[in-house]
Design a protein around this ligand. Structure first.
Ligand SMILES: [Zn+2]
Length: 382
């Protein structure tokens, strides 16, 4: 049995990831988040745009196009923000697929060339038919859920991703910060509800926000969201858009299984795009598997490079290569050059044999079907 040559570094080299998402194309998001994001280049977020039964997309198009050009993601939140499961096929197509194209057009008119790759269901109302339509133009969809965390080793339901909803209350700001701690696996969890604890280490937290203002209701204040961004960075979370983290996460399930074919001491790996509507570029940090190197006759003295498009990619000081997943192939080989790869290159994550699922504080697997009823908060949506 051949050993796959490469293992992807979790969460782009961070302890976990956080994707902040903002719904409903609100003017106060443009006004209040643009200056914060201009100050924080390591924080990039996602805006899910909708016309909200009116003209919100065009009204705020210029502001969102500017945010897109800063590296933030624009996603699709449907034309009229309806209950999607109640709509017929033609209406679903116009609300979801046609509107994705409309957003791309309006962004282009405002100077931002983008491809929509993600969707968020209004009211988090989803079913098989709705997901089928979303799948026509998006590789990933955000629903609600209750904790919004995703484990590295577990493939999530890509068209029904859970998210943690920010809900106005006295303790909401603190709870948001705590959620960013648990995603980074920081803190004392001894008294916590096991359901609210990520016991396996860093995870990907998807957060759902609405307005950003001092108006109350479902709006988070600019100060509180800035605090949350800062906490996420301090915790060494990868604070990146929903599609960016999602594509990295989805790509690793392909890359970590991809096997090479040997040809005269070169190993060629090819793979396929798992979905036609993923970002056009997916940089992936990978390491060579030690066992593969042994089996393949490479030694620690070899300067091993990964070649893509005739470019030799050298490892960094930790043995990490940054490859382009969208190239769909690479070659592992000895470099003609003489510089030596610093010893190897341990890649396997520590595993406890069978660690998928959610565990309690003693490492005992919890059955997700028997989640306690009172652990599911109810949410309101504007
Ligand atoms: Zn909405």
């Amino acid at each position: 049995m051949a050993v796959p040559p490469l293992t992807t570094v979790p969460w782009n080299g961070h302890v976990g990831a956080a994707s902040f998402t903002f719904d409903d194309a609100m003017e106060n998001q443009v006004k209040n988040l643009t200056p914060i994001l201009e100050e924080m280049p390591d924080v990039r977020v996602t805006f899910f745009l909708s016309n909200m039964g009116g003209n919100s997309l065009r009204q705020n198009g210029a502001g969102f196009a500017k945010l897109a050009n800063m590296g933030n993601e624009i996603g699709n939140h449907t034309d009229n923000h309806l209950q999607l499961p109640d709509q017929d096929d033609a209406k679903l197509k116009s609300e979801i697929t046609d509107f994705a194209t409309e957003i791309e057009k309006v962004m282009a008119e405002n100077g931002a060339e983008i491809n929509i790759t993600s969707h968020a269901t209004p009211f988090c109302a989803n079913n098989e038919k709705v997901s089928g339509e979303i799948n026509q133009h998006h590789f990933i969809n955000r629903d609600c859920g209750w904790h919004g965390r995703n484990d590295w080793d577990v493939e999530p339901e890509w068209l029904g991703m859970a998210s943690r909803v920010w809900n106005s209350s006295e303790t909401a700001d603190t709870e948001l910060l705590e959620a960013l701690d648990t995603a980074a696996f920081i803190g004392d969890f001894s008294n916590a509800n096991p359901w609210d604890v990520q016991v396996k280490g860093g995870s990907w937290l998807v957060l759902l926000n609405h307005g950003v203002s001092d108006e109350g209701g479902m709006s988070i204040t600019p100060e509180a969201i800035k605090n949350a961004f800062q906490r996420a960075l301090k915790n060494d979370l990868w604070v990146a858009p929903f599609s960016t983290v999602g594509a990295y996460h989805k790509a690793h399930f392909i890359m970590d299984k991809a096997e090479g074919t040997a040809n005269d001491k070169e190993y060629k790996i090819r793979w396929e795009m798992p979905h036609p509507h993923m970002p056009k570029s997916i940089p992936l940090k990978v390491k060579l598997n030690e066992e593969f190197l042994k089996e393949s006759g490479f030694t620690a003295d070899d300067n091993i490079v990964i070649e893509q498009n005739n470019n030799e990619i050298q490892p960094d000081e930790n043995g990490i290569y940054t490859i382009e997943f969208c190239n769909l192939s690479l070659t592992i080989k000895k470099s003609a050059g003489t510089s030596k790869l610093k010893s190897t290159i341990s890649t396997k994550r520590k595993t406890d044999g069978n660690h998928s699922g959610i565990f309690d504080l003693n490492g005992k697997r919890l059955n997700t079907r028997n989640r306690p009823k009172n652990s599911t908060p109810t949410f309101l949506f504007p």
